[in-house]
Ligand binder design. Structure first.
Ligand SMILES: *Cc1c(COP(=O)(O)O)cnc(C)c1O
Length: 390
C-alpha cells in the first residue's frame, strides 16, 4: 500500500480524547465525568412509548425520509409554544440521526470547498471534523473568561473581524459545550445583525436548549429580525430527555435550506430510529413540569460539583447551561490540562476531559478541564471527596 488509508481531509481526527479517557476510567475504576451522558435513563412513560411503538409496528420499517409526521408536528408545536417560531411540519422540519447527523448534513450541504465556517472555540468535537469533510476551512473565534463575571464571553469585535468574503456560515452553539455559557440576548442580537449585514447563514446547535440555570433564558437566534430565513436550528431528544442512545435529532429551517440539508442527509443514514421517533414525539409534549424538574435537578447537581471543585482548589466557571462545568487547574499549580487529565485517574480516581482538545488555539484552553455533572448526586459527592485529595 503506497498511500496512507486515511484521506487528507481527515488526517488529525484519528482518535478522540474520549476513547482514551473512558479506557483510563475503566482500567483504573475511576468515576467517569469525562463523557457527557446521564447515568439515569429518562422518563419511564417515554420508554414505554418506545416499547408500544415497537410492539404496534410503528417505525419498525423505514420511516418517511423527513421523519414521522407525529414527530415533525411535535417539533413545530414545540418551537411555536416555546419560542413563538412558526414552521411548516411538511417543508421546514427534518428529523435526523441525532444532532450529530444534522450538523454533518448541514455542513455537507451548505459548504462549498474553500468556504470559511466560523465556529466558537472551544467547540464541540464534531464541528471541526464535519467542516473538514465538507472541504471547508474552519475559522475559530475564541470564547474567553470575562474577568468581571467568571463566564465565558463572545468578543463581538473578534467575531466581526473573522468574517471575510469567503465566510459562508456561522456555526453557533448555545447553551455552549464545554464552557456552559448561554449567549445573552445582546450577544445574539449582535451575531444576528452581523449575519444579516454580511449575508451569512447561521447553523445553530441548541441541543441544551432546556438545560439552563439561575433563571437564564435560552433564546434561539432564529427569533431575531432577518434570521429565520437564514438559520438552520438544530436540536435533539438525547440531552433533553436523557436518552442519548436513541439518536433522535432534528432541524428546523426555511424550505430551501431544509431541502438542501435533506439532500445530503438522505445519503448519510437516509432514516434512523423509527420507533424512537414516536416516543420522542410524546416526550416533546410532556408538561412544563418535566422540563422544570429536569432543570432544577441538574442545577442542584451543578452546585454539588462546582462546590466540590472550588473546595479542591480549582477555579470554577459556573455554567448557566448544559451539563458540563469548565474549571481551571492553574490555581492547583498545574500548567497543562492534558497532562493533568491523564494523571487524574491515578491520582484520585476521577476522569475529566482537557478543554485544549476543543481549541485550535490550544494555548487559550491549556489549563482548562471539563467535568460532566449529569450523574447521580451520590456519584458527584463521591467525586468531590476524591478531588479533595488533590
Ligand atoms: C451531545 C451533543 C451533540 C450530539 O447530539 P446527538 O443528538 O447525540 O447526536 C451535538 N452538539 C452538542 C454541543 C452536544 O453536546
Amino acid at each position: 500500500m503506497t498511500r496512507a488509508p486515511l484521506n487528507r481531509r481527515l488526517v488529525g481526527f484519528g482518535t478522540t480524547i474520549f476513547a482514551e479517557m473512558s479506557a483510563l476510567a475503566a482500567t483504573t475504576g475511576s468515576i467517569n465525568l469525562g463523557q457527557g451522558f446521564p447515568d439515569t435513563d429518562g422518563p419511564e412513560e417515554i420508554r414505554e412509548a418506545a416499547v408500544r411503538a415497537l410492539r404496534e409496528g410503528r417505525g419498525n420499517q423505514y420511516p418517511p425520509g423527513p421523519g414521522v409526521p407525529e414527530l415533525r408536528t411535535a417539533i413545530t408545536d414545540h418551537q411555536q409554544r416555546r419560542y413563538g417560531l412558526a414552521y411548516d411540519p411538511d417543508t421546514e422540519v427534518l428529523v435526523t440521526a441525532g444532532a450529530t447527523e444534522a450538523i454533518a448534513a448541514a455542513l455537507l450541504a451548505l459548504v462549498e470547498p474553500g468556504d470559511e465556517v466560523i465556529a466558537l472555540e472551544p467547540y464541540y468535537d464534531s464541528y471541526a471534523a464535519c467542516v473538514a469533510m465538507a472541504g471547508g476551512t474552519r475559522v475559530p473565534v475564541t470564547l474567553r473568561p470575562d474577568p468581571a463575571g467568571g463566564r465565558f464571553v463572545l468578543d463581538l469585535d473578534e467575531l466581526r473581524a473573522a468574517v471575510t468574503d469567503r465566510t459562508r456560515l456561522i456555526l453557533l452553539n448555545t447553551p455552549h459545550n464545554p464552557t456552559g455559557t448561554v449567549l445573552t440576548r445582546e450577544e445574539l442580537a449582535a451575531v444576528a445583525a452581523l449575519a444579516v449585514e454580511r449575508d451569512l447563514l447561521v447553523v445553530t446547535d441548541e441541543v441544551y436548549e432546556h438545560l439552563v440555570f439561575d433563571g437564564a433564558e435560552h433564546v434561539p437566534i432564529a427569533t431575531f429580525p432577518g434570521m429565520r430565513e437564514r438559520t438552520v436550528t438544530i436540536s435533539s431528544g438525547g440531552k433533553t430527555f436523557s436518552f442519548t442512545g436513541w439518536k433522535v435529532g432534528w432541524l428546523t429551517a426555511p424550505p430551501a435550506l431544509t431541502a438542501a440539508v435533506r439532500t445530503a442527509k438522505q445519503y448519510l443514514t437516509y432514516v434512523a430510529s423509527g420507533p424512537f421517533q414516536y416516543a420522542v414525539a410524546e416526550a416533546l409534549r410532556l408538561p412544563d413540569a418535566y422540563f422544570d424538574t429536569l432543570r432544577a435537578d441538574l442545577e442542584g447537581k451543578r452546585d454539588v460539583l462546582a462546590a466540590g471543585l472550588a473546595a479542591a482548589g480549582f477555579e470554577v466557571y459556573r455554567p448557566r447551561g448544559t451539563y458540563f462545568v469548565t474549571a481551571d487547574v492553574a490555581p492547583l499549580g498545574e500548567k497543562d490540562g492534558v497532562a493533568f487529565c491523564r494523571a487524574l485517574p491515578e491520582r484520585c480516581g476521577v476522569v475529566a476531559i482537557p478543554n485544549a482538545v476543543f481549541y485550535d488555539h490550544a494555548d487559550a484552553g491549556r489549563t482548562q478541564v471539563r467535568f460532566a455533572f449529569c450523574k447521580k448526586e451520590a456519584v458527584l459527592r463521591e467525586a468531590a471527596e476524591r478531588l479533595a485529595r488533590l
